[in-house]
Design a protein around this ligand. Structure first.
Ligand code: S3P
Length: 439
């Protein structure tokens, strides 16, 4: 599906379970590999990004078995991953370089872990990842004593030398769960306490999951401290559905007239729920049902009904809790009445693509009046967007956002370079198709 054609096809109705959480899936493989013994992870996201992490640990000698659940097994759990590891100090030097594909999470978190290993490694990535800044992890890890060489002073590939690290206290200039987690992973191998003090609260899956396997990790507001560890206990967890993937269907349900969706079993970690807060402020009819907790993460079903959205101002604090939802929020803003102003979103320029430039260019093609700011966008809502030949820039979230926009337009919209959807959401089109004509 290198190219996807889409037109409006009436209301979207029904119940869906989005794919498992990407951030948690990466960490589930990493932390199980750090633990001593047999870990079990149910409902792991078998998409390109987390599979890169899984392959990386196989390359380092960790035994990982993927047991797929039979389809239609009556639950939303689609697999069980069994990870056997001898623990923190058991990794072997990989025979070749580790390829991280499109995955910033794989590369940035692995850099922290590898900086503390007694062997040298090289991390590479695809064209998009090779253009993403790595200085943000190289700098603090170098302060800890790591020796990391990079292209053009801060870009992949990264050559990481065997190292003995010392603890630091570090205040990153930008709130980033990838940077925080990279330092925490390195800190696990230091004797003493490593502390990260963030300027804002980034997602905290690392803290929750490491705590659950016995790491000495303390959280005090924006400050996270980790002590060096000798041994971690096996992980046993079920991954909830990904709110960042659910977001495409939440917005689709809101902007396609007469739609009504129940999106089930979705992770509601409070560091991630900005999209719900923002959309509710815009007048969205969204309610949470069956709120509970699974494996240390809050989970709920999200009921969404077509709503007339109004514009609001969205600032940096709101964006941090919705950092991956910017592209689909731009689609909601384009369908809202009035002018939406998004600021404080400069980080979006260094995601899988420059998402500010990409959304400005693609929405302009749909005849939306839009102004690009250094750190955001000003978007005029438009009742009827024009069909367009859109591109994804190889960015999964841009591709899915443009496809959702196409669902509101009567003539055909084409989204090229759409294969990248598989980075986080295999089966995206099939799921959309399953919801049409369910009256
Ligand atoms: C992620 C953190 C975020 C997010 C990314 C996944 C993670 O990146 O955008 O998709 O799993 O830690 P930053 O930490 O760079 O903001």
């Amino acid at each position: 599906m290198n190219q996807i054609s889409i037109t409006s096809r009436g209301p979207l109705r029904g119940e869906i379970v989005p794919p498992p959480d990407k951030s948690i899936s990466h960490r589930a493989i990493m932390f199980s590999s750090l633990a001593s013994g047999t870990s079990v992870v149910r409902n792991f996201l078998q998409a390109e990004d987390p599979l890169r992490t899984l392959e990386a640990f196989r390359q380092m000698g960790v035994e990982i078995d993927v047991l797929n659940a039979p389809p239609g097994n009556g639950t939303s759990i689609n697999n069980e991953i069994v990870i056997n590891s001898k623990g923190l100090k058991s990794f072997k030097k990989p025979d070749t370089e580790i390829y991280c594909g499109n995955s910033g999470t794989t590369m940035r978190l692995m850099t922290g872990l590898l900086a503390a290993q007694p062997f040298n490694t090289t991390l590479t990535g695809d064209a998009s990842l090779s253009g993403r800044p790595m200085k943000r992890v190289i700098k603090p890890l170098s302060e800890m004593g790591a020796v990391i060489r990079s292209r053009d002073d801060g870009y992949p590939p990264l050559s990481i030398q065997a190292g003995n690290l010392k603890p630091i206290t570090y205040s990153p200039p930008v709130a980033s769960a990838q940077v925080k987690s990279s330092i925490i992973l390195a800190g696990l191998y230091c004797s003493g306490t490593t502390t990260v003090i963030e300027p804002g609260k980034s997602r905290d899956h690392t803290e929750r999951m490491l705590k659950s396997i016995g790491a000495d990790i303390k959280v005090n507001g924006l400050e996270v401290s980790i002590s060096g560890a000798d041994r971690l206990s096996p992980l046993d967890m079920t991954v909830p559905a990904d709110l960042s993937s659910a977001a495409f269907f939440i917005v689709a349900g809101l902007i396609v007239p007469e739609s009504e969706l129940l999106i089930q079993n979705v992770g509601m970690n409070p560091t991630r729920t900005g999209i719900i807060d923002i959309l509710k402020k815009m007048g969205a009819n969204i309610t949470l049902e069956n709120e509970t907790e699974i494996s240390g993460e809050p989970v709920a079903d999200i009921y969404v009904k077509y709503s007339r959205l109004n514009s609001i101002d969205i600032d940096g604090d709101m964006i941090l809790k919705a950092i991956d939802e910017f592209p689909i929020l731009c689609i909601a803003a384009a369908k809202a009445e009035g002018t939406t102003r998004i600021t404080g979103a400069g980080e979006l320029r260094v995601k899988e693509s420059d998402r500010i430039a990409a959304m400005a260019a693609e929405l302009k093609k749909m005849d939306v009046s839009i102004e690009e700011l250094k750190d955001g966008l000003i978007i005029e809502g438009k009742e009827n967007m024009k069909p367009a030949r859109a591109t994804s820039y190889g960015d999964h979230r841009i591709a899915m956002s443009m496809i959702i926009a196409g669902l509101t337009i009567n003539d055909e919209t084409v989204v090229s370079e759409a294969d990248c959807v598989n980075t986080s959401f295999p089966g995206f089109m099939e799921l959309i198709n399953s919801l049409s004509n369910n009256t």
